[in-house]
Design a protein around this ligand. Structure first.
Ligand SMILES: Cc1cc2nc3c(=O)[nH]c(=O)nc-3n(C[C@H](O)[C@H](O)[C@H](O)COP(=O)(O)OP(=O)(O)OC[C@H]3O[C@@H](n4cnc5c(N)ncnc54)[C@H](O)[C@@H]3O)c2cc1C
Length: 415
């Protein structure tokens, strides 16, 4: 174990990033306290699709997606939606996104996503050695299916992954049905990542990691954090609705809610949210063996303990707008298109992906307060990246050397 180079850390946020960072800090003998106003793992880290998807290097900042956006927006049956009342507030994000929708930026994002995604399963395997993952994690791969309608986009994805050395198996309809015989063959082809895992209970996994953190001496304070600041070179202060706590270093790991704190620190980081939805078809999880994602629809199905989870879509609408019934209807219709035997659903859920306009997370010290470290903005891949984020951020806090090039994740890219 490495030398204790930091006397204490306070982490704001007990999602998958916060608990993985906490566990890794305790491994380095650094006393750690996590703050959350809610129970650990009850936000995005609860309701996601549960894919551990180390192959997903390509994100939405792509020229081909940009051309499709107007068509998608004005179709009521599309994977992308807007809450128009929020759009004026989202202008900095939208402008940044448009700036990043080009080949160069797309490949830059893919390269630096690949750098950490490539280490993501090994990092989880280390954590999964520490508790029984039976009934929590399945290692049966993940399937993507698509129609012949957007073949140029599919070809681009396949090429970028190939160039980066990402393993992928292309399948025809027959081969997909051999793996998942209950699917309605409304697609023309697909890809299979047989080494991917999926979570049968993402919230339950966060809880297990959190329990390990507490058993090993970590502290949890269930309070709402109001401010974080670094008044001197050697101390940071986290102020909650109850009192102020002192740590040598602090971490902001609040997912989509992190912007409030970076604004306080006078950094203009254009973090916003891509809202996503899920419902459960109870008792129908046995219809599939593994997650299936329908790329044309921007949605997928994951067999989980709570039922078959239908999850996805991107809605731009901020943190405060209510759940959109139309988005739920969309997901339910897509689910029934793939599995017409589905009937009633339960548990309408809205969650917040934390996303930067270049689709890279922010990992590293804040610009003007080096003892406050950022760990947010993992967009569609925050579940996959939890364990590796825990390793990277705890290494930064403990002043360890790394072979990774972390410059692309720095907040200074926005200044
Ligand atoms: C619909 C959907 C599907 C997804 N599917 C996948 C997938 O299949 N694979 C994948 O890799 N990723 C997926 N993601 C993305 C992934 O879920 C997120 O990127 C990830 O969970 C973010 O983790 P986090 O710890 O940063 O944030 P969160 O899980 O949101 O946790 C942040 C925590 O901070 C706390 N907090 C906020 N403000 C305060 C405050 N002021 N004081 C105290 N506490 C505070 C919150 O209560 C919360 O517990 C999906 C996301 C969505 C929405």
């Amino acid at each position: 174990m490495s030398v204790n180079t930091c006397s204490s850390v306070g982490i704001i946020g007990a999602g998958i990033q916060g608990v993985c960072i906490g566990l890794n800090l305790l491994k380095r003998n650094i006393p750690t306290t996590i703050f959350d106003s809610k129970d650990p793992g009850s936000m995005a880290s609860y309701g996601n699709a549960g894919h551990f998807s180390p192959y997903a290097v390509l994100q939405l900042n792509r020229p081909d997606v940009l051309y499709d956006i107007p068509k998608m927006l004005f179709s009521s049956y599309g994977p992308l939606a807007l809450k128009w009342n929020y759009i004026p507030k989202m202008i900095p994000w939208i402008l940044g996104y448009l700036k990043n929708c080009n080949n160069k930026s797309m490949l830059h994002t893919a390269k630096y996503m690949h750098q950490i995604l490539n280490l993501s399963l090994d990092a989880y395997d280390e954590i999964f050695q520490e508790f029984d993952i039976t009934n929590l994690v399945e290692k049966k791969g993940i399937i993507y299916v698509w129609t012949n309608q957007n073949l140029k986009s599919r070809e681009l994805e396949i090429k970028v992954r190939k160039d980066l050395g990402v393993e992928q198996k292309l399948l025809n309809t027959r081969e997909i049905l051999d793996l998942e015989p209950n699917l309605n063959p409304v697609f023309d082809a697909g890809a299979y990542y047989d080494y991917a895992y999926h979570a049968k209970d993402p919230g339950g996994i966060v809880k297990k990691i959190f329990e390990l953190f507490i058993q090993r001496g970590g502290k949890f304070i269930k309070e709402n954090v109001e401010t974080v600041r670094q008044p001197t070179a050697t101390e940071t202060l986290i102020k909650t609705n109850n009192k102020e706590y002192k740590f040598e270093k602090s971490v902001i790991a609040c997912g989509a809610f992190s912007k409030k704190f970076t604004d306080q620190l006078n950094e203009k980081i254009p973090l916003d949210t891509e809202r996503g939805y899920h419902v459960h078809f109870k008792g129908m999880e046995n219809l599939l063996t593994r997650p299936v994602i329908f790329l044309d629809r921007g949605f997928g199905l994951t067999p989980m303990n709570q039922g078959l989870r239908a999850v996805g879509t991107v809605e731009l609408g901020g943190l405060k707008n209510p759940l959109s019934k139309k988005r739920i209807d969309y997901i339910v219709r897509c689910a029934k298109e793939l599995l017409p035997q589905l009937k009633n659903y339960e548990d309408e859920w809205l969650g917040f992906r934390p996303t930067l306009p270049d689709f890279l997370p922010v990992l590293g010290p804040s610009k003007n307060n080096k003892n406050i470290v950022y760990a947010f903005g993992h967009h569609h891949l925050g579940w996959t990246l939890g364990a590796i984020t825990g390793k990277v951020i705890s290494g930064i806090l403990a002043n360890e050397k790394t072979n990774l090039d972390l410059s692309a994740y720095s907040s200074s890219r926005f200044n």
